[in-house]
Ligand binder design. Structure first.
Ligand SMILES: Cc1cc2nc3c(=O)[nH]c(=O)nc-3n(C[C@H](O)[C@H](O)[C@H](O)COP(=O)(O)O)c2cc1C
Length: 357
């Protein structure tokens, strides 16, 4: 059984644990003769990297990526691309307590129930350290999609605090530690998250992803729908508990007239949409409109506040997780979501080419 791969033609397999010597991935099916160097991948890893602000974990990992195979003289060769990222700042002593006690909300219990063994150091395979590999694969996916396709993500809600969408500014996302598109929300979030951290608590978030200039025709009926693959990819990210495409759950409250994305001709022979409630996907196939998805990330389960739990041998015990944790893992999930969207779109682009030419 292999559960560590995703994608059909653009196929990504990740490997490694949080406190092992390294993590990595193999990207198979990437077309040949695409320009690719480590410098094309590193900026995306730097966006996800821990220890960059007071609001993320203080684990210091350089996350320097090495390309081991599949690239020759700066170009992809069509053979498997193998990427390696070393783990350099493990502190396994912090995890001694959770070797025997399950962290409520984390994967400790279910890994034990399923496998009867788990690498508890830093959460092992269930640690979001694995998402660095997804981000690296996503950088290659962006190469497959080409420069014209633009995939961006932003944090639109932190705990109870939503942004004001009328103030949305993509340039602002680059300027603050939250990937927040609303400058006025930043100080509110700073104060709120500082208090959450000080109290030894954690909080959830909502991330919005937008892919622009995606060609029409990606995705297929019935079991190859672009929206179902996108939802599965985003849902596979650690701590994600909900995914919406377009208006998502809010569309249930709309009438058909309100929800319709009206069609007209734009005067130069092209179809123009009057709205994008569908989030750029109709019948599982991209319409050429921006693809819009949102995902909800739950609060970090490892915290300094004690939570009732049990030990492996059935004793009741409160658990406190020492170690270095993000008070809101949703922040670093932004580049991870972008990467998963890029991988799904690259896979569907190649699948579309394979069937339709
Ligand atoms: C970027 C990122 C960082 C994370 N860091 C932590 C962390 O420091 N502590 C923690 O308990 N969970 C963290 N998580 C979430 C856990 O990995 C996740 O909750 C756990 O694997 C259980 O899986 P589930 O929440 O998807 O059911 C992080 C998630 C993401 C996306």
């Amino acid at each position: 059984m292999s559960y560590n791969s995703f994608g059909h033609l653009f196929r990504v397999t990740t490997w490694g644990e949080s406190h092992g010597p390294a993590i990595g991935c193999v990207v198979d099916g990437c077309p040949p003769r695409l320009a690719l160097t480590e410098a094309d991948i590193q900026p995306f890893l730097d966006k996800r990297r821990p220890g960059q602000s007071a609001f993320t974990t203080q684990r210091k990992e350089p996350d320097a990526v090495r390309i081991l195979s599949g690239v020759f003289e700066g170009q992809t060769t069509g053979t498997p691309i193998s990427l390696l990222i070393e783990n350099t700042d493990q502190r396994s002593r912090d995890y001694g307590d959770i070797a025997q006690t399950y962290r409520p909300g984390h994967a400790d219990l279910t890994y034990d129930l399923k496998y009867g063994i788990r690498d508890y150091r830093g959460g092992g395979r269930s640690s979001a350290r694995e998402t660095a590999c997804r981000v690296a694969a996503g950088a290659i996916a962006r190469r497959v999609l080409g420069e014209s396709v633009r995939i961006r993500g932003a944090l639109v809600q932190l705990g109870p605090h939503k942004i004001d969408r009328t103030r949305w500014d993509w340039a602002e996302v680059e300027r603050n530690a939250f990937f927040c598109p609303d400058a006025q929300s930043v100080p509110v979030w700073e104060e709120y998250l500082a208090a959450i951290r000080k109290d030894g608590l954690s909080i959830g978030a909502v991330i919005e992803l937008v892919a622009e200039n995606v060609p029409a025709g990606l995705g297929a009926p019935i079991y190859g729908k672009l929206d179902s693959d996108l939802a599965a990819a985003l849902m596979s990210i650690n701590a994600v508990k909900g995914v919406e495409i377009g208006d998502g759950f809010a569309s249930a409250a709309l009438t058909g007239v309100e929800n319709a994305d009206p069609l007209r001709m734009d005067g130069s022979g092209h179809i123009a949409f009057g709205a994008n409630h569908a989030g750029g996907i109709l019948g599982g196939i991209s319409s050429g409109q921006p693809i819009v998805a949102r995902f909800a990330v739950k609060p970090t389960s490892s915290m300094l506040t004690p939570v009732p739990s049990v030990t492996r041998d059935g004793q009741e015990k409160d658990v406190i997780t020492k170690g270095r944790h993000d008070p809101c893992v949703g922040i670093r999930a932004v580049p991870v979501g972008e990467a998963m969207m890029a991988c799904v779109l690259a896979d569907h682009l190649l699948r579309h080419r394979g069937q339709v030419g």
